[in-house]
Design a protein around this ligand. Structure first.
Ligand code: AMP
Ligand code: MG
Length: 404
């Protein structure tokens, strides 16, 4: 059986970055940048004041009490009308351009006025104070954002500041999700004996959407070859088809059989992991197909491990997932040859260390426990018994909203 690492590598190698499109800044949140964003101006363009106060020449500032003639006022957004000469000052406000001649600001709290004379008392005065130099933030041509970034609110603000009204981003991968099983009915539909609510399709569709995909939820296919075959055909034109259920080799597990009849190039169909052993990967013409097992936990864990990275690869995301570790909250027995993913809660101890406590019950059919879990604890094949307090790798499951 294939290891998780090898299965991941094989899946990733089948996907390339998709094409690009342009979006306005209002629609750029969470999209993946496909161009470098370089500054199209210098910010600030000229030295500006960081405070409300008076623009002065530091050569004038010797002594305890300085009297300067008020000759002008400069507000943000307006060019100074004249330079500040020796013995002169200009009223200035935050963000306003420093008049020629002036090099420092005295804040208004350190001033009093006597007609057109301003009296300044600033015992800690130093030359250049409260001035933002030209280019303090960035200079024209500086790179602000690199391609591959999933755009945050702050990134969008930077792009705007660098004078880009629109950005080139990777187009969203089209991901079709097809659930299979005679037992499935949708929430709201009538139940009859033996039927269950179809939940996985909603879980996987939501996970794919939050990972950046444009999701086509194809619904539930019965365990009936012609219907299943027709529904698989409707994924044509998508970048990825994710099937759920029917992936192993039971009499009613038809997904692999039908895909084979359609000429799928099967890459693998089993991974040494728990939950989620029967994961299938193949190519049907242009369409990559990932077949997930039907148990709700298996479907979610394998989506996190294989569908999410495939979408990230198609988007050209540069922020590859990094391993994260926590302190184990309970003793664990030695593991067998399969890589285990244990649902766990995350808490903080008195020293604010992250504690991952695997649930006692790990039945992969249990949807409520899955919703309660904060993370998966990763147990490598043949891992020895681990005592509470030892370090374990975790994968956060997250709240499901855009991870920004
Ligand atoms: P399968 O992989 O088709 O053998 O399904 C394994 C288990 O998962 C069975 O108990 C199915 O009833 C259940 N199952 C399959 N698909 C879904 C689904 N979309 N939602 C909830 N449970 C499912
Ligand atoms: Mg089934």
């Amino acid at each position: 059986m294939l290891s998780v690492a090898e299965a991941t590598a094989r899946i990733l190698s089948a996907f390339d970055r998709l094409g690009t499109e342009q979006v306005g800044l209002e629609n750029a949140l969470g999209r993946v940048l496909a161009m470098p964003v370089s500054a199209r101006l210098t910010q600030p363009a000229k030295a500006v004041s960081a405070m409300d106060g008076y623009a002065v020449r530091s050569a004038d500032m010797a002594g305890a009490e300085i009297r300067l003639r008020l000759i002008a006022e400069v507000a943000a957004g307006h060019a100074p009308e004249r330079p500040v000469g020796a013995g002169e000052t200009a009223r200035i406000f935050t963000g306003a351009m420093l008049p020629d001649g002036a090099d420092s600001i005295v804040i208004q709290e350190n001033s009093t006025k006597d007609g057109d004379v301003v009296i300044l008392a600033d015992p800690r005065f130093r030359s250049g104070q409260h001035v933002r130099a030209a280019g303090l933030d960035f200079s024209a041509g500086d790179i602000g954002l690199q391609p591959g970034r999933c755009l945050t609110a702050r990134d969008i603000g930077l792009a705007a500041a660098m004078n880009w009204p629109w950005l080139t981003v990777t187009r969203r991968p089209r991901v079709a999700v097809l659930s299979t099983g005679d037992e499935l009915v949708n929430p709201g539909e009538a139940l009859s004996p033996g039927k269950i609510m179809a939940s996985n399709g909603f879980t996987v569709a939501a996970l794919a959407a939050v990972s950046g995909a444009d999701v086509l939820n194809l619904g539930n296919a019965p365990d009936q070859p012609e219907r299943l075959s027709a529904m698989i055909d409707s994924a044509k034109g998508c970048d990825l088809l994710v099937t759920i259920g029917g992936a192993s080799v039971g009499d009613y597990d038809l997904v692999q059989k039908i895909l084979k009849e359609k000429g799928v190039e099967l890459d693998f169909w089993k991974i040494a992991m728990r939950p989620g052993k029967p994961v299938m990967f193949g190519r049907l013409g242009d369409l990559n197909v990932i077949g997930l097992p039907g148990n709700p936990t298996s479907a979610l864990v394998t989506s996190v491990l294989f569908v999410r990275p495939a979408i990230a690869r198609m988007l050209g995301r540069s922020d590859e997932a990094v391993s994260e570790y926590a302190t184990l909250g309970r003793d664990l027995p030695a593991n067998d040859q399969r890589q285990d993913y244990l649902r766990a809660s995350l808490t903080r101890d008195a020293e604010h260390r992250l504690i991952a406590t695997p649930f006692k019950l790990q039945d992969s059919s249990m949807i409520r426990l899955l919703a309660e879990a904060d993370a998966l604890v990763v147990r490598p094949p043949h891992a020895p018994a681990a005592a509470a307090g030892s370090r374990v790798e975790i994968i956060r499951l997250g709240g499901g909203v855009l991870n920004l």
